[in-house]
Design a protein around this ligand. Structure first.
Ligand code: ZN
Length: 693
């Protein structure tokens, strides 16, 4: 079957054009030919180009909304499509939903109303419209307008999320009609009334995203649609579930964090995207709020290679100057970066080897510490206040540093759990029966599970359970939580190997409380909880003035290791996988290794700055092995060579090559592994290991 355009496109660009029109110079120098010349210079395969912007101005002669005054009626959308198609580039229409200052200003009843009662843009730039209001019909009409008048390959719907928790009259009315209640204002994840509101907001957003997507596909059959999905890791406020990603032909979104975030996101998208490749976007400037401070060429290169090492497409975001010009230097740099990555594209594809899976829960994107707060007291910030996300990313770092093959999975992967050896539940805060059932079956039939703290105590509707829903699997029953928010894990003598340099006298610190539980079988307890001499919250009584040394051993289990059915389980009473220091990371990794029932797909002695990904291409009878060096301070100091072993499962290796030049590299067979030493690694290496059955 012929591949669709997005299945063949790894080099992409978007140039932001959120330009107002109060100054007649604005966009007066916009020239489609120069723009597309620059894309050509940058070796871009697919161009995402503005049909409108957050400002709400349209770049085509719209019959529905408002056209940018600076264009004086000129149809630059049409001209851009013609230019891109002439040069063989795919054309993706960028369309901003919800964020539309023009619609907001002209239609007061469409405005999102914040919890503090103010209109969304009362003290900020962004006019945002509620998808439950009359704005919905306006958005549909604009989508119908550009979809029926132009010829293009794809659409990117930006801003498919709730910028605020909306209390407008349309939302109030709809909630009354559908739930029969007023909109709640007190956050409490253990209150089904509050959780119901969250589920409704998720449902409404999904419905709106589907409306936009299906409108486009109805008017323009065959068009590919991507909905903004950087919000996959945004906190509950944005109301985004996996459905937004699945309502797209491929998952994608823009990110401005570091390379650890990129690694995490790429793994999440890899497993979640309906079609490959997924799309990873980042700006060429240090941040979206900066117009001129460029990222270094080295950093752009590492970002692009990181997407490539995960079989993802890379999109760089530039921003147009208000008058409509663009900086040529940026496109020269991108041309050099894409000039390099292009050579590897023909080797991409296959199945990512993921022995350990981090379980990311869309229902857990909140902070239980907010329980009882009024909605208007919550901290703002897209990614803030999510212990589950922070713990997930931290667990990824521990695995990555130890060269353990991993992936990130979601509820969508419940049917394929047996593809993984070990599943980690990193401070998963909410679970439903379906997840509990699938995890129980996974372990019973031979899988391994790592769970910690209160995992499976709270269901997806906000009902706190009397005992863990997974109590039978975890081998503990719930008693309560330590009041101390600094606690210790003290290993028993039989667990000494898993706890290097840690003892009951000098136990492992957890910067948090631990769950008090009763073990089913005392034999399965590897460590117990030790408390400090006094409660750290009580400043009147302490043992040592700066710190809270361990002093009170308890019988409560801190770590359980057990068999369940054919599988294995580790339960830790505190959030060990959340800790950012080497001793705790080491114990976490030792526990993961003790859960693995067979060797990992690869092993390596790569330093912590190197990420290795392994893809199996069964149809080509080869493995593709990627090595990405991403040191904190760039440019990278080259690494002279890495010893790496790839598991062969009985296959006979024939040739190991460095790509794209296909130079041969010597290797040795060691048991069930092929062992080799890589050439010097500066930023990126891709190797191919061919085999015969
Ligand atoms: Zn509303």
């Amino acid at each position: 079957m012929d591949k669709k355009w997005f299945q063949k496109s790894y080099r992409r660009n978007l140039t932001d054009m959120h330009i107002t029109d109060w100054n007649e110079e604005f966009l007066s120098k916009f020239d489609p030919k120069t723009y597309v010349d620059l894309l050509e210079l940058a070796q871009v395969k697919s161009a995402m180009v503005y049909a409108n912007s957050h400002v709400g101005n349209c770049y085509w002669p719209t019959k529905v909304g408002h056209m940018h005054e600076g264009l004086k009626g000129r149809d630059i959308l049409g001209e851009m499509i013609e230019q891109c198609h002439q040069r063989g580039m795919d054309f993706i229409v960028y369309y901003s939903l919800i964020f539309n200052n023009w619609a907001y200003e002209n239609n007061p009843s469409w405005r999102i109303i914040r919890a503090d009662g103010k209109e969304a843009a009362a003290d900020r730039r962004y006019g945002v419209c509620c998808p439950n209001s009359g704005y919905r019909d306006f958005a549909v009409a604009e989508i119908e307008d550009f979809c029926s008048n132009y010829d293009f390959e794809g659409i990117f719907f930006d801003m498919t999320f709730w910028p605020h928790i909306c209390y407008c009259s349309s939302c109030q009315e709809r909630y009354r009609k559908e739930v029969g209640k007023e909109l709640p204002r007190i956050v409490n994840w253990e209150d089904p009334e509050w959780v119901k509101f969250q589920r409704k907001r998720e449902e409404w957003l999904t419905e709106f995203t589907k409306l936009a997507t299906f409108t486009a596909k109805r008017v323009k059959p065959g068009v590919a649609v991507e909905n903004q999905f950087s919000t996959s890791i945004a906190n509950f406020g944005q109301g985004v579930t996996a459905e937004i990603g699945k309502t797209s032909d491929y998952a994608g979104g823009d990110f401005y964090g570091g390379l650890l975030q990129e690694s995490f996101i790429c793994k999440l998208y890899y497993n979640l995207t309906p079609n490959k490749p997924f799309e990873f976007m980042t700006s060429r400037c240090i941040h979206l709020s900066d117009h001129t401070t460029r990222k270094s060429e080295e950093l752009m290169k590492v970002h692009a290679y990181s997407a490539l090492a995960n079989d993802g497409a890379f999109l760089f975001i530039d921003a147009i100057d208000p008058v409509g010009t663009m900086n040529r230097d940026v496109y020269e740099i991108m041309g050099r970066v894409f000039g390099e990555t292009k050579a590897y594209e023909k080797y991409l594809g296959g199945d990512l080897c993921q022995d350990v899976a981090i379980y990311f829960s869309f229902a857990s994107k909140f902070n239980p510490a907010d329980n009882g707060k009024n909605i208007s007291e919550l901290k703002r910030g897209f990614f803030s206040d999510q212990p589950h996300l922070e713990t997930s990313v931290n667990a990824v770092k521990s695995l990555l540093n130890e060269n353990i093959p991993f992936g990130v999975i979601t509820k969508d992967d419940l049917k394929d759990l047996s593809d993984y050896q070990v599943i980690v539940l990193p401070k998963v805060l909410m679970m439903d029966e379906e997840e509990v059932k699938a995890l129980r079956e996974f372990v019973a039939s031979g899988g391994s599970l790592y769970a910690s703290g209160s995992a499976s105590l709270l269901d997806k509707d906000g009902n706190k359970q009397k005992d863990f829903m997974l109590a039978d699997v975890l081998g503990v029953s719930y008693l309560g939580e330590t009041k101390e928010r600094l606690t210790y894990i003290a290993p028993t003598s039989k667990a000494a190997e898993l706890f290097p340099n840690i003892s009951s006298e000098y136990p492992l610190t957890i910067f948090g409380p631990q769950i008090k539980a009763k073990p089913v079988n005392q034999e399965e307890v590897l460590a117990t909880i030790t408390l400090p001499y006094t409660d750290p919250a009580d400043h009147t009584k302490f043992s040592s003035i700066h710190s809270n040394p361990p002093g009170i051993p308890t019988e409560y289990p801190a770590v359980i290791l057990r068999d369940f059915g054919k599988g294995k389980v580790v339960w830790v009473a505190g959030d060990l996988e959340m800790m950012k220091y080497d001793p705790q990371r080491k114990v976490f990794i030792n526990l993961i290794k003790s859960l693995a029932q067979k060797p990992f797909s690869f092993e390596a002695d790569a330093p912590k700055s190197v990420e290795i990904t392994l893809f199996h291409q069964e149809e080509n009878k080869r493995y593709i092995i990627n090595f990405l060096n991403f040191q904190e301070e760039l440019p990278n100091i080259p690494i002279s060579g890495i010893t790496c072993r790839v598991k062969l499962e009985g296959k006979k290796p024939t040739k190991l090559m460095k790509l794209p030049g296909e130079e041969e590299i010597p290797f040795e067979l060691k048991g069930n592994y092929v062992e080799f030493r890589t050439p010097e690694l500066e930023t990126f290496l891709m190797l191919a290991l061919n085999y015969e059955q």
